[in-house]
Design a binder for this molecule. Structure first.
Ligand code: MN
Length: 320
């Protein structure tokens, strides 16, 4: 079965949407023009979310020789969780709740912004020579978006092994293995490694939509060849995903129940309307500490918010 061929007419709810989309993403300099290059594939203009996953930056492998590495000064968030995952290297997180936590490959740093938090992320002074990883955001549902901010470090995550496939469940549940990380909507985020030449069938939930991002190597997924860079959107209605690795391969699987609420995503904020964003921006720019607190210990200034656009921000759905 080719997932690229036109789906024949199938009556009733058994019809599934097996068309795939390749989201090429764009190169962005994190932390300004002298910053580190990342490839951003979510939100894309057309496909804004996969489940509640609404932001995806992949970076590296970067050789840090002679470089400051990652330097992202204190900045605020509302209405989302940040998910930090490394393939190589280290990142030091500091936040306005007083957490100071380094992560390494195989560990999850999960920050729930809720009603408001600020944090910084930097390459620590003692570091490996190569940095590679992904930075993701998960949108919080309306009922939970004003929850109290929190931060969790998860050094031990469940893994699944099947032949040459190993999956680490970072968020949510995959094939009966559940991450201890707190989720607010049904979703999954997993890192999957495949030894060279591995053919595998990954069990999926038909009610979830999914996407995969190759980090290393090359894989054919749902009959589509994929290398590091673009995000392959797989749609929903699948109960399995066929994976066929070329060389040793590493990929991220993202999925979740389609997120039906309309959102305003602006800078580091997720709200439901223009005024949510104006209020959060004002709280950050005024420097009053009650909403976003203060990050201590970062050697640099906080990041100022960009000016508001002239027109009112409009809530958008998951697909345009
Ligand atoms: Mn951040």
């Amino acid at each position: 079965m080719s997932s690229l061929e036109a789906d024949p007419e199938v009556p009733g709810p058994a019809r599934s949407s097996h068309e795939v989309e390749l989201l090429e993403g764009a190169s962005v300099a994190l932390g300004g023009p002298r910053g580190m290059d990342v490839v951003r594939t979510l939100p894309s203009r057309h496909r804004r979310m996969v489940g509640a996953w609404c932001f995806l930056d992949a970076y590296g492998p970067h050789d840090l020789t002679g470089s400051a590495g990652m330097r992202v000064g204190p900045h605020p968030h509302i209405g989302l969780q940040t998910v930090s995952w490394l393939v190589s290297g280290e990142i030091l997180h500091r936040d306005s709740l007083g957490h100071r936590q380094e992560i390494r490959p195989g560990q999850l740093n999960l920050m729930t912004a809720g009603r408001g938090i600020s944090h910084s992320e930097e390459t620590p002074p003692v570091r490996s020579s190569v940095l590679q990883g992904v930075q993701l955001w998960v949108a919080l549902p309306d009922n939970d978006r004003d929850t109290a901010p929190s931060f969790d470090h998860h050094p031990d995550l469940p893994t699944l092994t099947d032949g040459g496939l190993t999956a680490t469940v970072v968020m949510g549940e995959l094939a009966g293995a559940t991450s201890p990380a707190r989720c607010y909507s049904p979703l999954v985020g997993a890192e999957i490694t495949l030894t060279a030449g591995t053919e595998a069938q990954l069990p999926l939930r038909p009610d979830f939509e999914y996407a995969i991002l190759t980090l290393d190597g090359a894989v054919t997924a749902a009959d589509t060849p994929l290398k590091p860079g673009p995000l392959l959107y797989l749609g929903s209605g699948r109960s399995t995903l066929s994976l066929s690795a070329g060389p040793q391969t590493r990929l991220m699987l993202l999925g979740g129940e389609p997120f039906t609420e309309k959102l305003v995503m602006w800078w580091n904020f997720i709200g439901r309307d223009h005024d949510d964003i104006v209020n959060a921006r004002q709280a950050w720019e005024s420097g009053e500490d009650r909403r976003f607190g203060t990050v201590h210990g970062y050697d640099g200034p906080p990041i100022p918010a960009p000016p508001m656009p002239v027109t009112r921000l409009v809530p958008r759905g998951r697909v345009r």
